[in-house]
Design a protein around this ligand. Structure first.
Ligand SMILES: Nc1ncnc2c1ncn2[C@@H]1O[C@H](COP(=O)(O)OP(=O)(O)OP(=O)(O)O)[C@@H](O)[C@H]1O
Ligand SMILES: [Mg+2]
Length: 259
């Protein structure tokens, strides 16, 4: 574990009117680790992600990337510094094909967006790279379909391919398998496992399914009413009274369903 965290939040806070959605959350995330963020509905998990990625501006507190304060930077400036987040549909071009979407993402990562000569001379490489990403998310057979016409589960897989194309240092997944059919879930979980296996990426995963959390996470943090209430080893955190209490009456069946 390196000394400087890839990502750190210090007293990160946002208020919506009188409601404190994320309340002074201080937490550091290191390269080579996968942290699951759990908590009941409305706990502030997605809002925490929005503050980290720059979609929302913090009321107070700071976000640091590789030790550098990025609190004042836009979402796109944070992306350039290695922050990667899959967004539902917002960075997907519905009227382009699956292949064209991935190729554009690969191209932007290669910095070839406006350099047409370079683009054309490397076109074969770009297509090879895009094809390998489509193979990874099992969408090769749909490469010529319009992105906007894909079923929901395929669109989520495409989002993951776009995220992989950016080769970020930090991966943020917010319920990546939500809305997927049971047979599609393993593809996405295998990909997240593969990212973790690279050993140098920092992965944050919001996930309600405790069996998924158990199989992937090195660490669990728990948010409850916007506050970080537990942080540690997955087995210990899941067994802790604070988690049992936080989930009680909200989704106890999911805790029980875990192996
Ligand atoms: N833009 C906003 N304006 C006002 N309130 C908001 C806004 N975004 C989030 N909230 C509130 O902040 C709280 C935390 O919401 P958030 O979506 O972060 O929860 P969550 O933990 O992601 O829940 P879920 O598990 O259901 O996805 C909720 O009470 C929500 O209503
Ligand atoms: Mg959420």
């Amino acid at each position: 574990m390196s000394a400087t965290p890839a990502l750190e939040t210090r007293d990160l806070t946002i208020r919506f009117g009188g409601h404190v959605a994320v309340n002074a959350v201080s937490c550091a995330f290191h390269p080579g680790t996968l942290t699951a963020i759990v908590g009941p509905n409305g706990a502030g998990k997605t809002t925490y992600f929005n503050l980290i990625s720059g979609q929302l501006k913090a009321t107070a507190g700071r976000v640091l990337l590789g030790g550098q304060d990025v609190t004042g930077l836009s979402a796109s400036a944070r992306t350039k510094r290695g922050m990667g987040r899959a967004f539902q549909l917002t960075n997907l071009f519905p009227n382009l094909t699956v292949m064209e979407n991935v190729r554009l993402a690969v191209q932007s990562r290669a910095g070839a967006g406006l350099q047409f000569l370079q683009l054309w001379s490397h076109r074969g490489d770009l297509i090879d790279r895009a094809d390998s990403l489509l193979a990874a998310v099992k969408l090769l057979d749909k490469r010529n379909a319009m992105a906007g016409a894909l079923p929901h589960g395929d669109q989520r897989k495409l989002e993951v391919a776009l995220l992989l194309a950016l080769e970020p240092d930090i991966f943020m997944f917010d319920e990546p398998t939500a809305g997927m059919s049971v047979d599609e879930v393993p593809t996405v979980l295998e990909l997240i496992h593969g990212i973790k296996a690279l050993g140098n990426k920092t992965v944050l995963l919001v996930e309600h399914k405790m069996d998924v959390v158990r199989s992937l996470a090195d660490r669990i943090i728990v948010l409850h009413n916007g506050t970080l209430v537990a942080d540690g080893d997955p087995a210990e955190v899941i067994a802790s009274p604070v988690v049992q209490e936080a989930y009680l009456g909200v989704m106890p069946e999911k805790l029980e369903a875990a192996p």
